[in-house]
Design a protein around this ligand. Sequence first.
Ligand code: BDP
Length: 671
Amino acid sequence: EDGYKLWMSYSKIEDPKTLNFYKPRLQAIVWEDKDLEVAVEEVKLAIPKLLGITPKKGGKNGLILKVNPHINITNPEGYKVSVSGQSITIEAPRSVGVLYGVFHLLRCIQTGQEPAGEFSPKIQHRMLNHWDNNNGTIERGYAGMSLWKWYELPERLDPRYKDYARANASLGINATVINNVNASARFLSSEYLVKVKALADVFRPYGIKVYLSVNFASPRILGKLPDADPLKPEVQKWWKEKADEIYSLIPDFGGFLVKANSEGEPGPMDYGRTHVDGANMLAKALKPHGGMVFWRAFVYAPDPKGDRFKAAYEEFKPYDGQFDDNVIIQVKNGPIDFMPREPISPLFTAMEKTPLAMEFQVTQEYLGWATHWVYLASMFEECLKTDTRVKNRKTTLSEILQGKTFGYRHTAITGVANTGSDRNWTGHPMGQANWYALGRLAWDPDLGAKEIAQEWISQTLSRDSKTGSDIQSMMLSTREIYVNYTSPFGLHHVMGEGHHFGPEPWVEKAPRPDWTALYYHKADEKGIGFDRTNTGSNALAQYPKEFSAPFSSLETCPEEFLLWFHHVPWDRKLKNGDIFWEAFVKKFYQGVKEVEGLQRDWEKVKGKVPQETFENVSARLKTQHKEAIWWRDACVLYFQTFSKKALPAGLKAPERTLEEVKKIVDVYHIR
Ligand code: BDP
């Protein structure tokens, strides 16, 4: 068990009740439709392994798979499962629905449930974003090189492409953006498009549409036009012809993802135009083919005196309602950048006439790369269940994304992938659960981190209920542990500059002021934190009043968000009676202790989970422990230079000096 098979290893079921229910009903597979080939193939692969029987073809009873365009169902990608007598029937209007139904059935077998009911995705576009470059590297990838082997395509199709598609389809992921948002124009060259087509052909039977990130300056770079001004007819013509070329190769091509006028990428503003001009121009090129534009709102113009928190809202809010109907604005979950804990982006509460897509990050850029165990579903869930108070009533972010609140015409949830060429796909074996969770939440954003963890464990590490619940509790604790030793009370953006690994709260110089740590923590002799209330940047005013009210005062601000919104005096008393400085320091120490707890708990599952995974996780936990101490020592010693206060009684001072800790990061700069 080296992890290659992900949650599709289909290990033998031991539970007699499950065997009794499924064995008689899976003796045969009945289907007619040719489009059901991959669904049938999956059943044929899984059932012998799970149940030790080989289903025969045809007959009256058994697993009946049917495409039925006339069944009445909420979403055309949904399916119905019913059990009667010795048969299980999976029926759907499209073949992909039947495939989803098959994966649902396989999940039910492995989690000891009986299948029945109607299942429909709550979100239309369920996507992965790969930040893969054409030279095989991955921006912020920690699990090896890109999965896509551009030099071998289109002739050789790595078998891994199909396993990638199976894994995604098993979760209901139906779209993949295969290249980096910092996009090379080369992906749109005719030479590359045939390679992209080869991938699209592999993914198609699994219901997965391919998208490309595009470089806005492509008409200039590839088309040799003088510029890429979206209002110029020749530029529009270039994009239209490019779209026609793409669709002639890939008739179901999904569309474009665009990072424009952000972090140095080209965009319409280079020509005095707007996001609306740029997005709508691309939308018009794709429209005749049914393609979509995902236009990212990750923008922040350099403004040393401003507050980066406010940038996306300020740039996009004025354009609400002006985008074409095949444009979605893709917004990161928080206003800054994938921090271990962020408040929700205010844009989600403010764009009533524009569909917004959620962009989560699955790759752990700011969450310890591949050496820290962080089960991200806890963070995704916290974000999705946030009550935004939109319309002055309970309105979760999940509901907004589902289109219920503002009546979106399109809905989307996307995750920046954590996959790579490592044999186990994600580097850290537990990172697989994050890919899994992203897919499940994109299908149903109301699912809970807890149930998703349990499902994943039953399909990967163990079906023993004690072992399962032990691992589940560990998983559910990991995110808060990471927060404790890196970013307690809402501390943010104090990681290493550029590479984003490890602590560097002392960073005061960077290519931009808002890439330093000092910009965010603002520590001084009085206290620490970014005042975003009306005495500070007033970023809170971007939220509905009913949402921001509790955050606005030091008394009522949830403690886990304090430093996001307040400059907190070091000796401010917290709810538990500690002064802030002491509570703050204690969190770092607590985080380290908790990693030690994780190590002890993990030892207990030895012999109960696949040995290779056991050893892999154990070793990574050792590194995590070492790095948690590094975070603790760096933050405590550095912030102590401002607070000038002693450590709380009973805590042992770090064994090294601040100067010594500062040197450690140099090693990581070359990682
Ligand atoms: C930041 C990453 C950078 C990405 C950027 C983005 O550090 O590599 O290009 O986000 O999302 O988090 O565009």
